[in-house]
Each structure stands twice: as C-alpha cells, then as structure tokens.
Ligand binder design. Sequence first.
Ligand code: THU
Length: 130
Amino acid sequence: MEYCELIGLAKKAMENSYSPYSKFKVGVALLAGSGKIYLGTNIENASYGASICAERVATVKAISEGEKELVAIALTCNNPEIVCYPCGICRQFLSEFGNPDIIVTKNGEIVEIKKLSSLLPNSFSSKDLQ
Ligand code: THU
C-alpha cells in the first residue's frame, strides 16, 4: 500500500464527516496489521464533548474488527491551509496499539511522515501500570 493511496482514501472518508458545529471536516485512512484499511471521519454532537475525532473512529473500527496493531494512518482535513496532525487525545489513543507512521498532510499532499512515538514523547502506557 502506497501512502499516497492512503491519502486518497482519507480524502474520500472526509466526505462523510458529520461536523455541523465546527465545519472542520477530517478524514483518515488507517492501515492495520492485517493489511486491511479502515476509514474514519469526525462525528460531532450537539453536546460538544460527545464528539469524536476521525482518528479514534478509525481505530475503534479496526480494533473492534480484530486488528491488533496499527501500521500507518493518513490524515486529511478540509482546510487547505492547515497541516493535519492528530490531537493529543488521539495520539494517546493510538499509542495503545503500536507505533504507527503518522502521514501528515496539507491540502492532500504529504508534509512529513512521523512515528507516533516522536509526537508523543514520554507517553503514559500499560508499562506504567505494572
Ligand atoms: N478533529 C479530528 O477529527 N481529529 C483531530 O486530530 C483534531 C480534531 C475534529 C474534532 C472536531 O469534530 C473538529 O475536528 C474540530 O475540532
């Protein structure tokens, strides 16, 4: 799977964004350990705190379908001026399931590819609970 293909799928996923409040559409495509791809988009709620980011939607889909590891995730959004990085909660959420490549884009073009661990140094994890 080429990472540019993943970006194309992420853009497609963005079309399903439910973001009537922020109008900020996010689309992601997540490559999981099995080789399957899971799409995600942000889903907002009138009770704003109940909203969920695209990255966590895709992760929930993957893990609930039996995936054990996240390999790579491409992020896109509908503002061509914004460089799309995952928010802090999503960084933590993703880190539970490996150290995927984060494919950071701007206006659908790759800006950089970062290991999640480099975006979440000194992270809290299961090892801290032993
Ligand atoms: N959002 C994401 O989907 N992913 C992120 O990493 C950052 C923020 C969504 C949540 C909300 O629906 C909208 O973007 C504005 O915060």
